[in-house]
Design a protein around this ligand. Structure first.
Ligand code: DGY
Length: 427
């Protein structure tokens, strides 16, 4: 509806800090990596120049080795912890030292295709961003899959974007809560503490940060010293989908050698992801590399591979049936933790709430795998949650209540994209 589209655009305008968008005021006062990529796709619907700009400003934070960090600290702010003084990285624009899910190339293809369709394509800008994305994908495979398994590993829960997901509980419990850096949380001054990660989680988050800072952020040393190392299916699936989009763009620019290189990496990840399907659970599972065990926790990550795989009908049907089971009795879907599991918490950040951007990925995955009707239900649920509660960070799936930060950029961007879409695939 126009009224809500206008509100969504007003949120993106209010969160603009000069060519980049903060996720929300005060709670997240810098540029976040995957937030910005989703936001760029929202902008693509009505302002191509601004969409390109969002990715360009993010790429300003790219390290020489190709990593695009999870936060770019373009301007100072004292409303967030941990800031640049805690990260102690050496990039010319201060950045964090870890990364986040690589939505970037998905956004770039979306912007490019929309620009072509509206006669506003900027080839030079697209090519420069394509090269940044390629460098980053190469980094993922070099730094986070040195053994060439096809699945990329996270060394910090924040890299998943799903910071305190039950998926990390067992692995994170092995990480000491002790820190060299004093933990001075600012988030719980902005948002109800019951909705945020717990203090002991923060102790562990900062312990890992200290460990990697002591490695001088060298990827090889971090890989050796990591006390948290998860080959993650959500990130790997996003990397593969983004890899498909990168492959498409390599074709557009006649980069045959690069297209072959990307196709080889994609195929490795495709096969590795397929091998993580567990038929007795009707979902995919990540792998705890330090324990040598599957990550059994039932979270949304188990279904994100639908985004990037073409499953056989029986597997797709089993995944969709399991997803439907999780949705039973929920006012807003999709819950990010299986609602009957002991670790489910309806309002606490990534331990159960429904997130618009996760729905966006799942909607695309369901379309890709022959479940358009279910995808449409998810789309409607997301739109109606936002129209009822506003552009909240996330939603309590049991009551529908909007939770976390308000005036949230990626919820606004998702609304713009989902509202425009009919029942065909939206990506
Ligand atoms: C936070 O500070 O909550 C972020 O999710 C870390 O990126």
């Amino acid at each position: 509806m126009t009224k809500y589209i206008d509100e969504a655009k007003a949120i993106l305008a209010a969160n603009d800090r000069g060519g980049y968008t903060v996720p929300t005021d005060r709670l997240y006062p810098f540029q976040w990596n995957w937030d910005s990529a989703f936001v760029a796709m929202g902008f693509a619907a009505y302002d191509i120049d601004r969409a390109y700009r969002e990715l360009e400003r993010l790429a300003e934070g790219q390290w020489a080795d190709g990593m695009i960090p999870h936060i770019v600290f373009h301007q100072p702010s004292d409303s967030y912890f941990p800031g640049p003084d805690v990260w102690r990285t050496n990039h010319v624009i201060p950045t964090s030292g870890i990364t986040q899910p690589p939505i970037f190339a998905m956004a770039l293809r979306k912007i490019y295709e929309t620009a072509v369709a509206t006669g506003s394509v900027a080839n030079e800008r697209t090519l420069t961003l394509y090269e940044a994305a390629l460098k980053w994908h190469r980094w993922w495979y070099r730094a986070r899959d040195p053994e060439g398994t096809g699945l990329v590993a996270l060394l910090h829960p924040w890299e998943s974007g799903s910071d305190n997901s039950p998926a990390w509980d067992i692995a994170l419990a092995r990480v000491p809560t002790t820190t060299e850096t004093p933990v001075v949380r600012k988030d719980i001054g902005h948002v109800n503490p019951q909705m945020r990660p717990r203090d002991e989680d923060y102790g562990r988050f900062i312990h890992l940060l200290d460990t990697y800072a002591a490695c001088g952020w060298d990827p090889v040393e971090q890989w050796q010293k990591a006390e948290f190392k998860i080959a993650d299916i959500q990130t790997s699936a996003i990397l593969l989908k983004a890899g498909e989009d990168l492959h498409y763009l390599a074709g557009v620019f006649g980069r045959g050698g690069e297209a072959d290189e990307i196709a080889t990496l994609n195929e490795r990840t495709r096969q590795a992801l397929k091998a993580q399907w567990r038929s007795h659970l009707s979902r995919f599972v990540s792998r705890d590399l330090l324990a040598g065990e599957d990550v059994a926790a039932a979270t949304q990550a188990g279904f994100i591979p639908l985004l990037a795989l073409d499953l056989d009908e029986a597997t797709a049907d089993a995944a969709a049936a399991e997803m439907r089971r999780w949705c039973k009795g929920m006012k807003v879907v999709f819950p990010t933790t299986e609602p009957t599991s002991a670790s489910f918490e309806a309002k606490r950040y990534w331990r159960g709430p429904a997130w618009a951007i996760i729905n966006w990925l799942l909607i695309n995955g369901l379309h890709r795998n022959g479940h358009a009707g279910f995808a449409e239900e998810l789309r409607q649920s997301t739109i109606s949650a936002i129209e009822t509660e506003g552009f909240a960070e996330y939603f309590d799936p049991k009551t529908g209540e909007g939770c976390g930060g308000l005036g949230f950029s990626w919820t606004a961007a998702t609304y713009i994209v989902l509202e425009k879409a009919d029942s065909s695939a939206i990506q």
